[in-house]
Design a protein around this ligand. Structure first.
Ligand SMILES: [Zn+2]
Length: 412
């Protein structure tokens, strides 16, 4: 007997079958099921349901640098509280929304000055200019380009809201796809089919934050998780869907189930695509399901705790990475411009110049990271350099063209 399509209800033949991603590809999902949707129904549900889900989760996909099977998460236009326009990029980095191009005519020809938000954007601009000015050497220009990091003046507010009819259907479809893979007949999942097939079907899920349904949750991992459990004793086919460790929903796929007991979990870290082994508790009865639908298991404190548990470690790691980058860049800048002669000992005067150059480059990051004044940031940068300097002197007293390596950076 051929399976039936969960969207239109008609028979699926080998010719009309399609691969359906259990978790939307846009947020890093990989595993697929067959015998679940017709090709055109797959396209239709992807275009309407999964697209809305992908859009709602796009800022998270960018923040966590989701690794997609195909393509990359498109950068997202955002405006800071100070009115600056940026593009949110992978890792939560902000790039100039538009390149700035300055054109001048000189006695010998023309010059273009290009400021772009990324090397890729700069290359695009240069290649565009090259069409009209074939003399432009794109690679040489890029190689000699100065890379500068600046910081947004205003704060960035991301809308992390999730929910609604279309993304709700995408979420339920994920649980139903896993049930199908686990051998639970989709035609027994009446609540889910009713919701997915009818324009006015009752949503068969509710957000759940009163406690953690995942046993021994891996800390600080923004994983996706789908779980299903069919229990003949209660007759319930239950599901659980979680995106980025933040959006957590319990689904009731069907009732009056009399088949074999079945359970399955699919979880992955979308930053790498690595699957995780998780155990999900889904022992709810019909009364509990009614309470979940009624938003009685959704609470603000639980939501905030979920957000903090995933965001804090990631933000902390990002801050450290950004700090290390700022230090490395400032030290290199100071070394390159202090005027020291390679293969000779650094003099006290060299160190004085380096300290000043280092502080010039380091202060903007400190000011951005701590919110202190420019003057205070400069003082902190100098104090930091003095600490590092002692470290450098003790370890690198011998003459060398390159007086220190990256790992010698940082107070000890
Ligand atoms: Zn169909």
């Amino acid at each position: 007997m051929n399976p039936t399509c969960v969207y239109c209800g008609l028979e699926i033949t080998p010719e009309t079958d399609s691969d359906e991603h259990m978790i939307s590809e846009a947020v890093g999902g990989r595993r697929t099921v067959r015998g679940f949707l017709h090709g055109p129904c797959n396209n239709e549900t992807g275009r309407i349901w999964d697209a809305e889900l992908g859009e709602q989760l796009r800022s998270l996909a960018l923040l966590f640098s989701v690794k997609r099977q195909r393509g990359q998460t498109p950068r997202m236009p955002i405006t800071t509280t100070a009115g600056e326009a940026f593009l949110l990029g992978p890792g939560g980095g902000l790039e100039m929304a538009r390149p700035e191009i300055r054109h001048a005519r000189t006695a010998t020809g023309e010059t273009f000055q290009v400021a772009a938000g990324s090397v890729a954007m700069a290359r695009q601009v240069l290649e565009g200019k090259k069409r009209k000015h074939p003399g432009i050497d794109v690679e040489a220009t890029l190689a000699s380009a100065e890379i500068r990091h600046t910081y947004a003046q205003g704060a960035v507010h991301l809308d992390l809201g999730f929910g609604g009819e279309m993304s709700g259907r995408s979420l339920v479809k994920s649980a139903l796809a896993l049930a199908h893979e686990a051998g639970i007949p989709t035609e027994k999942c009446g609540d889910a089919l009713n919701y997915l097939r009818g324009a006015n079907g009752e949503p068969c899920f509710g957000f759940y934050y009163v406690d953690d349904l995942i046993a021994a949750r891996p800390a600080g991992v923004p994983f996706h998780c789908v779980a299903v459990e069919a229990t003949p004793a209660s007759g319930l086919i239950l599901g659980y869907v979680e995106f980025f460790g933040l959006h957590r929903a319990v689904v009731c796929l069907g009732r009056r189930y009399t088949g074999k007991a079945a359970r399955r979990v699919y979880a992955l870290d979308p930053r790498s695509g690595t699957e995780l082994k998780l155990s999900v508790r889904l022992n709810f009865d019909e009364t509990a399901v009614a309470a979940i639908y009624n938003c009685e298991r959704d609470e603000t404190a639980g939501r905030e705790a979920a957000f903090a548990s995933v965001f804090e470690p990631v933000l902390q790691a990002q801050r450290e990475k950004e700090r290390d980058r700022a230090i490395r860049e400032a030290i290199r800048y100071a070394w390159d411009n202090c005027g020291a002669v390679p293969d000779t000992l650094l003099t006290v005067a060299d160190f004085d110049v380096m300290r000043r150059l280092f502080a010039d480059r380091m202060a903007p990051w400190l000011q951005h990271a701590t919110g202190c004044t420019e003057e205070s940031a400069h003082r902190q940068a100098i104090a930091f350099f003095v600490q590092v300097q002692r470290n450098l002197l003790s370890r690198h007293a011998r003459p060398s063209g390159k007086p220190f390596s990256d790992e010698s950076i940082g107070p000890t």
